[in-house]
Design a binder for this molecule. Structure first.
Ligand SMILES: NC(=O)c1ccc[n+]([C@@H]2O[C@H](COP(=O)([O-])OP(=O)(O)OC[C@H]3O[C@@H](n4cnc5c(N)ncnc54)[C@H](OP(=O)(O)O)[C@@H]3O)[C@@H](O)[C@H]2O)c1
Length: 318
């Protein structure tokens, strides 16, 4: 980055009122001399005031705001980090507009809202979220100018809302795990807090950062995941075997046909399918590049959240 170490560095965070964005802001604030500006939608100002510390500079606007508004938000910042969530208007069009504004204002680094597995390895049409991130990545190549776009890949978020929630892989209440296929493909898991740390570091470091930055707290196949969760929780999980991956593909197709607008009926299954195939596995992990960083393992995360797993309700394994 062109900015000197001694300069105060300012980072613009977009999506700072969201689950990941809030953590990114908190992580940025642990770096000495780093100032944070957050682009917040007018209707979310109160949410921002309640959830962000008073020293975060709040500017109002959103990704569909005028070029002037976006350029003003980017003025004087060294990096932009996006943690937005949304459809094509947000992930592709909105982030491209923000990138153009950032480039026009001389921003050095731009971290888009990827934070997932390696979507470049999935076929177009296989996963709508992956398609949007791939579209932004492809189009940003011609728009980035002197700015470096850093894509962060972290596999599945290792938290109650995602790996143990949204994905539908676990039914904690009933102590079961859902499997299609043989479960031998290795998958990557990273705590959301650790992904936030990596994004913050990538935004402020003076070191060279790869354009495609892959990190993981843990890499396990289905059976290794089962073992880690059992060791961490002290509970035994029964595996519900649904058959081959082609049966899951059929089920997804049926649900998409019957309920095309009901994303929650089929999107989690698409993610679980993609992970179980092993296709979007991270293969060039650079986790050790981040200084003083020991991302959490599945077992450790589950141990910390033992109450939510009903620790002690069954006999521990072994
Ligand atoms: N790997 C995984 O397992 C995994 C799991 C979950 C999420 N993720 C990824 O992590 C990233 C963040 O997700 P999240 O769960 O933290 O999202 P979230 O909690 O839904 O937050 C989304 C943020 O984006 C903001 N936003 C949405 N549209 C906007 C617009 N047009 N202009 C400006 N801001 C806008 C929201 O602002 P308001 O507060 O105004 O609504 C909010 O701050 C996404 O890329 C998501 O795909 C990965």
């Amino acid at each position: 980055m062109s900015t000197q170490d001694s300069d105060p560095r300012k980072v613009l965070v977009v999506g700072g009122t969201g689950q990941l964005g809030r953590m990114i802001i908190a992580e940025l604030q642990t770096f000495p001399g780093v100032e944070v500006r957050a682009l917040v939608r007018p209707e979310s100002r109160n949410k921002a005031m309640e959830s962000l510390s008073a020293d975060v500079e709040i500017v109002e606007g959103d990704l569909s705001s005028s070029e002037d508004v976006l350029r003003e938000a980017c003025r004087g910042v060294t990096s932009v980090v996006s943690a937005v969530q949304g459809g094509e208007d947000v992930i592709v069009d909105g982030q491209l507009a923000l990138l153009r504004a950032a480039v026009a204002e001389g921003v050095c680094r731009f971290v888009p809202s990827d934070f997932t597995f390696d979507f470049r390895k999935l076929e177009e049409g296989a996963n709508p979220n992956a398609d949007l991130r791939r579209a932004f990545a492809e189009r940003s190549v011609d728009e980035a100018g002197e700015a470096q776009v850093v894509h962060i890949y972290n596999g599945c978020f290792l938290d109650m809302e995602n790996l143990f929630g949204f994905l539908g892989a676990f039914d904690i209440a009933h102590g079961t795990m859902a499997l299609w296929g043989d479960g031998h493909a290795v998958m990557d898991f990273t705590a959301r807090r650790d992904a936030a740390r990596v994004a913050a570091w990538a935004a402020v470091t003076d070191h060279k950062v790869p354009d495609h930055f892959q990190v993981a707290g843990d890499s396990l196949d289905f059976w290794g995941l089962k073992q880690a969760v059992e060791e961490g929780s002290g509970r035994i999980f029964d595996v519900v075997e649904h058959g081959g991956l082609e049966l899951l593909e059929e089920r997804i197709a049926v649900l998409q046909e019957a309920r095309p607008d009901d994303l929650m009926a089929w999107l989690p299954l698409i993610f679980w399918h993609d992970m179980l195939t092993g296709r979007p596995k991270l293969t060039n992990l650079k986790t050790s590049m981040v200084p003083d960083f020991e991302p959490e393992s599945v077992r450790s995360y589950v141990e910390r959240h033992a109450d939510e797993f009903g620790l002690g309700s069954q006999k521990p394994p072994g």
